[in-house]
Design a protein around this ligand. Structure first.
Ligand code: NAD
Length: 700
């Protein structure tokens, strides 16, 4: 076996090489091996400088995820970093790939950093509800200043090599021959007498903020406003602040304590749950074929078709985009171009990249353009007769092994499969709007879909950066079926005494980026209205608002008013009047409803529906439902998804509240689901239920 850490020599330079595939994660063996190698090189009389480098595709890419949440064996990363920094000989890190988390902390503890121009680096701990626990913030602040350190730790984003050079975080960026460049750099350091440069000794960048802590605090508070309710971002700010106010050893000791506390906390557990759940959801039972589709056609160049085409183009796929006529497709292309232009003007996309993506989308006015596609995704109007006609035609036009997918939101996928001679290659791929942004893709097999088709659909979703989750064929699949329960309660809360601003504020307070009514205004109130009409359901307030011509943002008014094309919702007394009028017509005495009740009223019913979906076998596991909600509906990631949240809240409490709500509102659909009642009564949780099913050999 190749040892994870080895040392070789280039004359008097010791080159420590970490070789721990696939990503040189900081496992116990790597930490221990690196510590030994550094100590040996430091004490060797022949060695004048040390280079730390990695074999394979990347520098240390972070912690070993399999060690998460478990007690760590020594050496602790913080001690390892201190040993590296304390070397009496210059230590140079040679960075390639992605130097992340603990890997980047080691690089920061080295005396110098040389990076290849394609390298990137960062401290993404916050994304798992943690802070850098080994002095990362304190050292970054010394190299680049407290504010850049705050920005990097709070967002957890990656920094390119050139940006790191500009911020003084790396010392040299090279285009090729990283290792020989790092060795040459080490020789320069020795030759010009610069010698070791412990990061802790640099304090030129801290003076400004140290002399005006109040200004730093107010800057931090402004940034933290975005992270309402979240522990780790607040602790990142506290950690950077300690770099200003404490000696580095005390600061690192406090960081270690904060790290330990966070890693035991619910939020970090939730974020780790999401991390593992996403991987699990994306696994198919069968391997995808080695030769995945490379030619894709999208039928329908409307809201969804355009977005899906953009998602494929972003991932490098050529796409044929087809509508009913060249003119209709051009209308779609106009929206796509406007979308790219908007991204370029906002600075989120480079002009050249936008042009490249646009060039990958070929507009066509006739279905024959789908003839050589290996995957066709249909996104035409939501109309079963139309879909029947489209799929029959696609079966004629396309090769026998082309995968045919529908993006339908609400139609019966089994019924659609019945239109095809070969339903085994037919599957639902339900994207979410805007499809070029939202990461969720529900994969909906019909009764006859082959395992190969499912595996291919999942692999293709992953290939374009989406998170696939398998959903059973039912009205609304997983996500929309659950969200309908929240919408029903939002309507009822309005009838009972709340106003739109109250309902939305409660959901935002819980951690969603947007409330349900504001979301409806954004997607258009005619959508829900049409669905209710089709189902014969009636939401008195929602219906009155839509019938009065208020269709949401696009008409300048919905549940809120939008002045002059603005997206900023403003409370509207006209809507308050409609609401109060409906309440009085229904004979409901309006009351003050507190925020906690509103949150429970909207969140618990969707948990309940999630339990029903599991009972009916329409989701493979509770954690899949969590993934749907995180990636499709903006459920706060740090709460882990609705079912993880339910486990934390305690299922008996949720059962009790649902029973109370059912009684209070006379709405029998709020009665707790059997599975929920059963788990609560047996002292179990969704997580335990999932674990037991995995152990008993249920498909995972
Ligand atoms: P849309 O009205 O914006 O676009 C539909 C497009 O299909 C139009 O451009 C229309 O010209 C075109 N079309 C109609 N008949 C066609 C045909 N025979 N061949 C080719 N193109 C044809 O609708 P949308 O919102 O993009 O919805 C499309 C599908 O996606 C529907 O099934 C819908 O349920 C589903 N969906 C919508 C959303 C959403 O939020 N809008 C989300 C997920 C799924």
């Amino acid at each position: 076996m190749i040892p994870p850490v080895s040392v070789r020599y280039d004359a008097d330079i010791a080159i420590i090489v970490i070789n721990h595939p696939p990503v040189n994660a900081l496992s116990n063996t790597v930490r221990a091996g690196l510590l030994d190698a550094v100590e040996a090189a430091d004490s060797s009389a022949e060695v004048t400088a040390i280079v730390i480098s990695c074999a394979g595709r990347t520098f240390i890419a972070g912690a070993d995820v399999t060690e998460f949440g478990k007690p760590r064996q020594p050496p602790a990363l913080a001690d390892l970093c201190n040993t590296v920094e304390a070397c009496a000989k210059p230590v140079v890190a040679a960075l390639h790939g992605t130097a992340l988390g603990g890997g980047f902390e080691i690089a920061l503890a080295c005396h110098y950093r040389v990076a290849i121009d394609t390298a990137s680096m960062g401290l993404p701990e916050v994304k798992l509800g943690l802070i850098p626990g080994a002095g990362g913030a304190a050292r970054l602040a010394r190299l680049a200043g407290a504010r850049p350190a705050l920005a990097l730790t709070l967002k957890g984003d990656r920094l390119s090599a050139s940006a790191a050079l500009a911020q003084g975080i790396v010392d040299r960026v090279v285009g090729e021959d990283l290792l020989s460049s790092a060795i040459a750099f080490a020789r320069e350091i020795i030759a010009d007498g610069r010698g070791p440069r412990p990061t802790r000794a640099i304090d030129t960048h801290l003076a400004g903020d140290r002399s005006d802590l109040a200004a730093f605090d107010s800057h931090a508070q402004t940034l933290l406003a975005r992270y309402h309710g979240q522990d780790a971002p607040a602790q990142c700010a506290a950690s950077v602040r300690r770099a200003l106010t404490m000696d580095i050893d005390s600061a690192i000791a406090a960081d270690r304590e904060a790290f330990a506390a966070l890693s035991q906390g619910d939020q970090s557990r939730a974020l780790r749950h999401v991390f593992f759940s996403e991987r699990l959801a994306g696994k198919s039972d069968h391997a995808a074929p080695a030769d995945l589709p490379s030619r894709v056609a999208i039928l329908g160049a409307g809201t969804m078709g355009g977005g899906i085409a953009m998602a494929f183009a972003a991932a490098g796929y050529p796409v044929n985009l087809i509508d009913v006529s060249a003119q209709a497709t051009e209308a779609g292309m106009v929206r796509i171009r406007a979308n790219y232009a908007n991204s370029v003007s906002r600075g989120s996309l480079r002009e050249e990249e936008a042009q490249l993506r646009l060039a990958r989308i070929s507009p066509h006015g006739a279905r024959e353009a789908a003839h050589d596609a290996q995957l066709v995704i249909e996104a035409v109007f939501e109309d079963m007769d139309l879909k029947r006609e489209v799929f029959r035609d696609l079966e004629r036009i396309c090769a026998a092994d082309t995968i045919l997918a529908t993006n339908t939101s609400a139609l019966d996928v089994d019924q659609m499969a019945g239109f095809l001679q070969d339903p085994s290659r037919f599957v639902g791929m339900h994207f979410f709007s805007p499809a070029n942004v939202m990461k969720l893709c529900e994969i909906v097999p019909n009764q006859a879909t082959s395992e190969g088709t499912i595996a291919t659909a999942m692999a293709m979703a992953r290939a374009i950066g989406k998170v696939p989750v398998i959903a059973g064929n039912c009205d609304g699949f997983i996500g929309n079926r659950m969200v309908a329960k929240r919408s029903a309660q939002a309507e009822r809360l309005l009838q009972e005494g709340a106003l739109p601003g109250d309902v939305d504020a409660a959901i935002r307070d819980f951690g969603f980026p947007m409330g349900p009514l504001q979301t409806n205004d954004m997607s258009g109130l005619d959508v829900g209205y049409a669905i209710r009409k089709r189902r014969g359901t009636h939401f008195p307030i929602a219906d009155r608002v839509a019938e009065s011509g208020r269709l949401g943002q696009k008409t300048g008014a919905g549940y809120y008013r939008y002045a002059n094309g603005s997206r900023q919702p403003v409370d509207d007394p006209v809507v308050a009047e409609i609401i109060e009028d409906v309440s009085s017509q229904l004979g409901i005495a309006r009351r003050q409803i507190d925020r906690a009740e509103m949150i429970e009223r909207m969140i618990f019913p969707l948990i309940n529906e999630g339990a029903r979906i599991l009972e009916e076998g329409l989701a493979r596991r509770p954690s899949d439902i969590d993934v749907v909600w995180i990636y499709g509906y903006g459920f706060p990631r740090w709460r882990g998804g609705p079912l993880f949240h339910a486990d934390l809240m305690g299922l008996p409490y949720i059962v009790e509240r649902l029973e109370a709500f059912a009684w209070q509102t006379g709405d029998a659909s709020l009665e707790p689901a059997q599975l929920l009642t059963h788990l609560a009564a047996t002292g179990s949780t969704f997580a335990q239920w999932q674990e037991a099913r995995i152990l008993s050999g249920h498909a995972i």
